[in-house]
Design a protein around this ligand. Sequence first.
Ligand code: KIV
Length: 305
Amino acid sequence: MSEAAPTNPVPADLRPITVPIVRERKSGPKLTMVTAYDHPSASIASAAGIDMILVGDSVANAVHGFEKTLSATVDLMVIHAAAVTRAKPHSLVVVDMPWLSYHVTVEDAVRNAGRLVAEGGAEAVKLEGGSNRVEVIEAIVAAEIPVMGHLGLTPQSVNAMGGYKVQGKAIEDAQQMIADAKALEEAGVFSIVLEGVPDVLGEAITEAVDVPTIGIGAGDGTDGQVLVFHDVLGLGGGRYPKFVRSYADLRADAVDALQRYAADVQSGAFPSEAETYHVRDEVARMLADGGALSDSSQPSSSPSA
Ligand code: KIV
């Protein structure tokens, strides 16, 4: 256990973060967001003072071991969103709309966004895409559900993009993405995630719109940053993308802790006296003598300290 003072003390002022507060933060301070998929991770993110929790469809990869986010469903997102919101984090909870939950009809999209709010407790939803999503975004916003946009390397388009590739490197693509960001803003999004784009494009989009941009692999010119919980804490155990910085190696810590537990079980060092329930001496003696009970000496069944 380190003796050093914590480098990120929990802020005293943990007032709930709302959509209007996020919008105001266009002028700073920078916004922080991490993914969280369950009660303990949401509680940890909130205690750390993180502004926004994203119940990302990356839950499909990070938690369920799927290869692509395309395996996430509305039912799955509702379960994880509800686990997160039961932790009552001060952070704004944004929930991803999974693939195909907003691609078929506008009515479907509003109903699915509504399920994330009504059943999952989402305070906002996020969906991927640019100008092609304007109609859907307008309808969801009209239903009083705040929407976060997502441009650049959009994992739900992995098959169409031919892999997880940095987007917007060619001038026409970059110009299209700036136009898409403006279209999303016009449609009513309260912020936009920019994923896997060159730093200059991240900066150009941030300057082009009045809503905050949240970058992931988009350089340091955005209004905030988002990372996956398991990546920041080193829980993944695999190779991380170039843009990830891990601030801990919790997988190694967890393996070490479980190895020490197993060794203590094998050696008899666990459990100790202090970790064991006891009964009164006379009952203990009787049990040691074979457990025969006389009528006058019925033991209490509840354990004593
Ligand atoms: O699902 C997710 O984790 C995301 C982030 C990468 C922004 O959408």
